[in-house]
Ligand binder design. Structure first.
Ligand code: FMN
Length: 311
């Protein structure tokens, strides 16, 4: 079957990629993703202008049905990733994820990407990290997000998407879609972690993460319904030319199939990839292929967005 997909100038033979923050911080990890034979594309760790250690440890904890983390954007800094892009053959497209600590930092990195003639790939602006101490998730402030995008698109001419946090009210779906539809976005990537959950070890009566008194972003299969709701809700509201990367709760081919039914063009895998390793891509691709063959589907277009409702 045909698992190809397209976002702006990026064509892939396989719709799967890593979720940002998973196996994509160091050169070694990026190389391993690049050489992984199945996934069609990859995305970097969200970068800041300067390298960051991130939050104190422990900052990731595995849960029965997912994960909770408060990494705090550990990354090697913008220049490290620009060097990586320049010095490595791209066997698959690399999406650059940027997440400044401020509007000024976002604009600074985007200006550098715009001015870098060697770089023509997709960029993803992360407006949804829930784990930076003292910094709110920008995409929950619709006016601030609108102001930032207005400024960005006054100079940024390359393909640009946005990473969104989950929304929980249809009115908020309407409001963010109204903002996003004003701009020539290549894509939205939804969802980031479900922010500020809390997990407790009841034996020791203690939180499991050190930063922020234990609060952290939740991912993995327990967030699948939230992710599907956001992919579907945004697909129903966004202009057709804004594609969706479905992220959240994917552990098997059936979960990916559901994301595509909701309208996802590509699907990224976070917690499951972290726990299972890079062989996840081969397994999930095989499972999705089997489902499509059993149903007689030949390409993703045969069912993308064609979710049925009960009349
Ligand atoms: N999302 C980003 O956009 N940028 C990041 O740097 C980032 N770092 C993450 C680090 C870890 C350890 C985890 C678990 C998630 C991170 N995320 C980041 C969120 C994931 O990309 C993804 O949106 C979220 O985990 C939901 O997907 P999942 O249910 O497959 O885990």
């Amino acid at each position: 079957v045909d698992l190809s997909a397209q976002i702006a100038n990026m064509s892939v033979k396989n719709l799967f990629l890593n979720a940002s923050g998973i196996h994509c911080q160091t050169e070694e990890e990026l190389d391993e993703l690049m050489n992984e034979p199945v996934s069609g594309a990859m995305v970097t760790k969200s970068m800041t202008p300067k390298s960051r250690f991130g939050n104190p440890l422990p900052r990731y904890y595995r849960l029965a049905n997912g994960s909770i983390n408060s990494m705090g954007l550990p990354n090697q800094g913008f220049d490290y990733y620009m060097d990586y892009l320049k010095n490595h053959d791209q066997k698959k497209p690399i999406i650059v994820s940027v997440a400044g600590m401020s509007k000024e930092e976002d604009l600074e990195m985007l200006h550098q990407l715009q001015d870098n003639d060697g770089y023509q790939g997709l960029t993803e602006l992360n407006l949804s990290c829930p784990n930076v101490i003292g910094k709110p998730q920008m995409a929950y402030d619709f006016e601030a997000a609108d102001d930032l995008l207005h400024e960005v698109f006054s100079f940024y001419k390359k393909p640009l998407g946005i990473k969104l946090p989950p929304y929980f009210d249809l009115v908020h779906f309407d409001m963010i879609a109204e903002v996003l539809n004003k701009y020539p976005l290549s894509h939205v990537n939804t969802i980031n972690s479900v922010g500020n959950g809390l997990w407790i070890d009841t034996n020791s009566e203690t939180v499991v993460l050190k930063p922020k008194g234990g609060f952290g972003g939740v991912g993995g299969s327990m967030v699948l319904p939230t992710a599907l709701g956001n992919v579907r809700g945004l697909r129903q509201r966004l202009n057709d030319d804004i594609k969706i990367i479905g992220t959240g709760g994917v552990t098997n081919g059936g979960d990916a199939f559901a994301h595509i039914l909701c309208g996802a063009e590509m699907v990224s895998i976070g917690t499951q990839l972290y726990e299972e390793g890079l062989t996840t891509f081969e397994r999930v691709t095989k499972e999705l292929t089997d489902i499509m063959e059993a149903k007689g589907y030949k390409s993703l277009d045969d069912f993308r967005g064609k979710l049925k409702v009960i009349e």
